[in-house]
Design a protein around this ligand. Structure first.
Ligand code: 26W
Length: 824
């Protein structure tokens, strides 16, 4: 086949300038002298895009031509972060672009700031999906990401009197230069209606079939995003779906003269992809959410079958061509959808269809909290997707028959394993459906996968031991080291060459340099420069002043009780108390800046109270003339990927302090370790593996282990006993209760205090003393800059395992068995 002719701009400063001016003139319709910052940004983004276009077309063409075994990542969330820098680095254009722009009198740094990041995810799960597609592209794996093009991403957080107030995230208003709309590839998706039986064929060939007659339909329009590999000549695709009203439906009503109704139907359809659910860890049982899930999954399956497979493809061979990876339960409705396509539309018999379906899906679980496991009431699901509910019932019947057969009719076991829960309302347990259907089920860190097998999905693990596996999460070194930390990247490359960017295990070669005083000095210089970058950012962005000469102690992640931001703030309060009461002199403390970044789900009342508490404590600490000499709290609003990119490289201490057995993995923990922060953390999630790799001497471990916490809960945990026994704890909680941080008002934080003293589900009080002790060890260690930076360098050198490239290799070997194409 002939190679397609694709125009590519010349990879030189002059070539870049030419392309840039063309964009400014012809696409933006303006000239250098009159262009706004946004004009410049759009012109730049499109210019960079042009350099990647040939690779994108070539990659896509080759996927189609070779039909390799591929991966389709199904995820309701992609927390992408800004695109410009990533594209510049991937295309090896950083220097050329900077020089080209400078020659036009433009500063590249100013244009970077103009990009609003696509925040199409909540937290860890969404960012993980973004890291994974980056790694797949970089490793030349034929892969496509499927998701939703939310018109509004994760809300913009603001603080009013220290309390969270949410604003809509209008990320599309400035123009969306990274996306390509393809209305010509729109897909129709049905909802509601009813099912019918009918006889297909005649005489001996006659078979009874079912058809679904939807009550209404919407269109899905695909928007393609480039997913550039790192300098390997490949660009994969992320395809996000946007909902539209069907033209026919719309027009019919419109022609009847009912304009209001025509608008209503349009609004219904377009609402589906309007906004990301800002919930993290507790599913919203809202029908619109189920609509979103079915919408994107139905579009994606249809698209894969119709657009990415050859016309004559025999769907019996589908498992040879694709693995659909289910990112948590959000896309699990894809299972009955594929069954429906095969049985109702393609005429497969049930067993044949099930055989294909089961081999096409794999499921990743991202949680351990029972309340985070999605369930859909059958009346909701049956109204919205009547045929899918029938299919789920049949899958369940056949599954439970096997359970009965193998268990000698153990009805208690059958009830526990059923896809359908009977209480409190009859509902579909999406995690059970996923587990029954999937070829493989994986957790996201060793401990998490173990707990899935032993606790959350124990019955299933006994039934299908070989189904369960682990793939420890990872993060992309391109964005979170190469791009976020140019100083450290330069230092590493100088020492060991640049291969580490795509082969992070090579960081091991840095180990001997931990003992090299000159290297450590330069390492500290980089950390210091990164702190100054953070100082500038916080001053500019938030009007927050921080001292780069202090230890930077950072806790950034979604606000959730199990993550225990309260434990961190109780530590701050204890330090405050000790200074104010004269127990310690400020000279004897290591000066610290405690940085928080956290969004709370808008409906999560306790999480919002905790945000207010942190802000109020921060205000009192900052206003105190003595305390503020050695302790400051900074809580910049609206923590996001962009902020992380400046914050993580500046950190000295990484706070990973969840109750053991609750954080599935964590990925922030990996980003900090890779950027040379030391971790203070519990034996939870991937912390366990981080500590094993970096070594106990370079990690501050504290707190109960998972078995200890479980045993204590079993025996009857009484938080108030810790309050009674522990003086520091009592004083800290009393300060809060007595209104020290609420202008004397004792009711303000009463709910937080009484929750801790009464239930304390996540055992903050039990771990308090152990945490204080660990913080003392932190202080002692920080006083010795040479020893500290030695540990920091060893953290970097020994964290190569946490590259998402390694995660992708593990998925390939253990789950997908997809092909790897040669780089181009
Ligand atoms: C439906 C509501 C909802 C939304 C999101 C429920 C649950 C979730 C996710 C499972 C929450 C999440 O982001 N989990 C995080 O996934 C990361 C990537 O695997 C892990 O590193 C985190 O430990 C886990 O909390």
């Amino acid at each position: 086949e002939p190679t397609p002719l694709i125009a590519t701009p010349e990879h030189t400063v002059e070539g870049f300038v030419r392309e840039y001016l063309r964009e400014l003139n012809f696409a933006q319709g303006t000239i250098l002298e009159r262009a706004s910052v946004n004009d410049h940004y759009l012109a730049l983004a499109r210019t960079v895009r042009h350099y990647l276009m040939a690779r994108w077309i070539t990659t896509t063409t080759e996927h189609y031509r070779r039909q390799p075994k591929a991966v389709a990542y199904l995820s309701a969330e992609y927390l992408l972060g800004r695109q410009l820098d990533n594209a510049l680095v991937a295309a090896d254009l950083e220097d050329i672009a900077a020089e080209a722009l400078a020659s036009l009198g433009i500063d590249l740094a100013d244009l970077r700031e103009a990009e609003v990041e696509p925040g199409l995810g909540n937290g860890g799960l969404g960012r993980l999906a973004a890291c994974f597609i980056d790694s797949l592209a970089t490793m030349s794996v034929p892969a496509i990401g499927y998701g939703i093009r939310y018109e509004y991403g994760i809300f913009r957080q603001t603080f009013v009197d220290g309390r969270q107030v949410e604003k809509p995230d209008e990320w599309l208003v400035g123009g969306a230069p990274w996306e390509f709309a393809h209305p010509e590839h729109e897909v129709t998706v049905g909802f509601g209606g009813h099912t019918e039986r009918y006889v297909d064929g005649e005489g001996d060939d006659a078979v009874e079939r079912t058809r679904w007659v939807p009550g209404w339909k919407v269109l899905g329009v695909p928007y393609n995003y480039m997913v550039p590999g790192y300098r390997n000549g490949r660009v994969n695709t992320l395809r996000l779906w946007s909902s539209r009203a069907t033209h026919a439906f719309d027009l019919k009503i419109f022609n009847h003269g009912d304009y209001a109704e025509a608008v209503r139907s349009r609004t219904f359809a377009e609402n589906i992809s309007k906004v990301l659910y800002p919930e993290d860890s507790t599913p919203q049982g809202k029908e619109l959410r189920l609509q979103q899930q079915y919408f994107f999954v139905a579009c994606s399956l249809r698209d894969f079958i119709n657009q990415l497979l050859p016309e004559d493809f025999d769907l019996h061979d589908l498992p040879e061509r694709i693995c659909f990876q289910l990112n948590d339960t959000h896309p699990v409705i894809a299972v009955p959808e594929l069954m429906r396509i095969l049985v109702d539309e393609e005429g497969f018999d049930w067993d044949e269809a099930w055989e294909v379906t089961r081999r096409c899906f794999a499921y990743t679980c991202h949680t351990l909290l029972p309340e985070a496991l999605e369930v859909w009431p059958v009346d909701v699901l049956g109204r919205l997707l009547p045929r899918h509910l029938e299919i789920i019932y049949r899958i369940n019947d056949e599954f439970l028959a096997r359970v009965r057969e193998h268990s000698g009719d153990d009805e208690l076991l059958v009830r526990r394993m059923s896809i359908i829960a009977e209480h409190p309302a009859r509902s579909v347990r999406m995690a059970h459906l996923a587990t029954v259907a999937a070829t493989k089920v994986n957790g996201v860190a060793e401990l998490h996968s173990q707990l899935l097998r032993d606790k959350v999905l124990a019955d299933f693990a006994r039934f299908w031991p070989e189904k369960f596996t682990n793939v420890t999460n990872g993060v992309t070194p391109r964005r979170f080291v190469r791009l976020a930390n140019p100083g450290l990247s330069g230092l590493i490359t100088e020492a060991i060459g640049e291969g580490w960017v795509t082969d992070l295990d090579r960081l091991r070669d840095l180990e001997p340099l931990a003992d090299d005083a000159e290297f450590r000095r330069r390492f500290r210089e980089v950390k210091d420069a990164n702190k100054h970058r953070l100082v500038d950012l916080l001053a500019r962005r938030d009007g927050i002043e921080i001292d780069p000469g202090t230890m930077l102690d950072v806790m950034v992640k979604r606000l959730h009780e199990y993550k225990r931001q309260t434990l961190k703030i109780l530590h701050v309060i204890t330090l405050y108390d000790r200074i104010v009461s004269g127990e310690v002199a400020v000279e004897d403390l290591v000066p610290r800046t405690v940085v928080f970044g956290a969004k709370a789900a808008p409906g999560y009342v306790m999480a919002k109270e905790i945000i207010a508490l942190i802000n109020h404590v921060g205000a009192v600490v900052g206003a105190h003339p003595e305390v503020s000499k050695v302790l400051r709290v900074a809580f910049p609003a609206n923590y996001n990927v962009t902020v992380a990119e400046t914050l993580v490289p500046a950190a000295d201490l990484s706070e990973q302090i969840s109750l053991a057995g609750k954080e599935a993995s964590g990925t922030g923990n990996m980003k900090f370790a890779l950027n040379g922060a030391l971790t203070i953390g519990t034996d939870d999630g991937a912390n366990v593996e981080i500590r094993q790799l970096v070594g106990d001497d370079h990690f501050f471990l504290f707190g109960l282990t998972e078995p200890e916490a479980a045993a204590m809960q079993e025996a009857g945990y009484r938080p108030s006993s810790y309050y009674e026994k522990n003086r520091s704890l009592r004083r800290a909680l009393d300060l809060v209760a007595h209104g020290e941080f609420s202008g004397g008002n004792r009711s303000t934080f009463e709910p937080v205090v009484s929750n801790l003293l009464g239930e304390d589900r996540f055992m903050v009080l039990a771990d308090f003393q152990s945490y204080l002790d660990a913080q003392e060890r932190v202080e002692a260690a920080y006083r010795d800059p040479d020893a500290w930076s030695r540990s920091a360098v060893l953290n970097v050198a020994r964290s190569g395992f946490f590259s998402s490239d390694r995660s992708m290799r593990d998925y390939m070997d253990r789950i997908w068995h997809a092909e790897v194409l040669p780089p181009l």
